[in-house]
Write a protein that binds this ligand. Structure first.
Ligand code: SF4
Length: 372
């Protein structure tokens, strides 16, 4: 797609105004103090997009090796669009929040079919792509296309809340509105991509949730929270969602030397990933009885020779899950799926190679350790 005419940036805040001072200080600081990260060596829109998708809810150190591997495997939009979903999920395996990988693939297909293989160069057009919200659209438009588009993520929300003394909860509608307005005011002017990255970098390295390093902050002269004496009190906290304790069962179900693998539907948590059959226990249900029930209900099999292997634990955002793992034999029944969208009978080796979530990988590692 030909690059559209650049939006005319609004005039930057005057250098003497608080906004103008903060802009100048952030840009100077960013150019001096930014970390050397691989996606900062490019303004290629595809690479910026992939890095932004990976960085959502994920630490920089975790993302770096995934970023390199993913781009080696899918070097451009066309390669990603033409890849098998299993391969994309395999490259994403361990990063979590798998809807990001599924959306990247769907969006790449859309870009190839409808945009001539080139990512759109405005935030509005980017937001038409599956999985691209206001934050990602703003990040790609500003970093790759130099558009004065704002971004607000957790780091930026914290910096702006403290800098301007915003007392609204950032998760509330009013808080979001105020934050986007402040981000929009700040991004207008030269180097919007660097300005946005400076805000994110400041939140990640200096204006941290606990013990912000205010003495080395480039905007300390204008920071309302610092003047108030308790920067950590902002942003205003919303109620933390309660974490539920869940107990579940899963099994390596064997038949004629192969093991049953089931695939989750593409929508929803861990969508499109492979799993061991099983399910959540009801309150006070015994795990052994629960295993027989869940296998009957969810894959239509009666099992025997049930051997407990052990339990693994995993914490999801709102669920603390304890999974009891078994090995057993499929004695009767044909596979009938409920809550999964396909299945395969595979060797142990092939099972280990299928894309799967961290909890399933822990269960497989436990089973392998028990067998050796
Ligand atoms: Fe954050 Fe302190 Fe800088 Fe204010 S002065 S923006 S609280 S690091």
């Amino acid at each position: 797609m030909a690059k559209a005419a650049q939006a005319t940036p609004a005039k930057p805040g005057r250098s003497g105004s608080p906004t103008g001072r903060a802009r100048g200080a952030l840009l100077r600081w960013y150019r001096r103090a930014r970390r050397d990260l691989p996606w900062r060596h490019t303004n290629d829109p595809y690479r910026v997009w992939i890095s932004e998708a990976m960085l959502q809810q994920t630490r920089v150190e975790t993302v770096i090796p995934y970023y390199h591997r993913f781009l080696d495997r899918f070097p451009d939009v066309a390669a990603l669009a033409g890849a098998e979903l299993d391969d994309v999920l395999g490259a994403w395996q361990g990063l979590g929040y798998y809807s990001r990988a599924r959306n990247l693939k769907r969006a790449a297909e859309h870009v190839v079919e409808c945009c001539g293989g080139e990512l759109p160069d405005t935030a509005d057009a980017l937001r038409e792509l599956p999985g691209v919200g206001r934050y990602t659209a703003g990040a790609v438009a500003s970093i790759a296309f130099d558009r004065p588009e704002p971004i607000v993520d957790g780091n930026v929300a914290r910096v702006l809340s403290r800098l301007h003394g915003l007392t609204e909860d950032p998760k509330s509608r009013a808080g979001q509105k105020r934050l986007w307005e402040e981000a929009e005011r700040l991004v207008r002017g030269r180097s919007p991509g660097d300005l946005n990255q400076a805000l994110m970098e400041l939140g990640a390295t200096v204006c941290t949730p606990r013990s912000p390093e205010c003495p080395r902050c480039p905007v300390r002269a204008d920071c309302v929270a610092l003047r108030g004496g308790d920067p950590e009190a902002l942003p205003a906290g919303g109620k933390r969602p309660k974490v539920r304790d869940i107990t579940a069962v899963a099994a390596l179900v064997e038949r004629r030397g192969r093991v049953l693998a089931v695939r989750r539907p593409e929508t929803g948590l861990l969508g499109g990933l492979w799993d061991l059959p099983g399910g959540d226990l009801t309150a006070s249900e015994d795990p052994d009885a629960g295993l027989e029930r869940t296998l009957r209900e969810r894959v239509g099999l009666e099992v025997g020779a049930v051997e407990p292997i052990g339990a693994v634990r995993h914490v999801f955002t709102h669920r603390r899950l304890s999974l009891h793992v078994y090995r057993c034999r499929a004695d009767a029944g044909r596979v009938r799926l409920d809550g999964f969208d396909s299945h395969r009978w595979v060797t142990d080796k092939a099972l280990a190679a299928l894309p799967a979530g961290n909890l399933t990988r822990k269960a497989l590692a436990l089973a392998e350790a028990k067998a050796s």
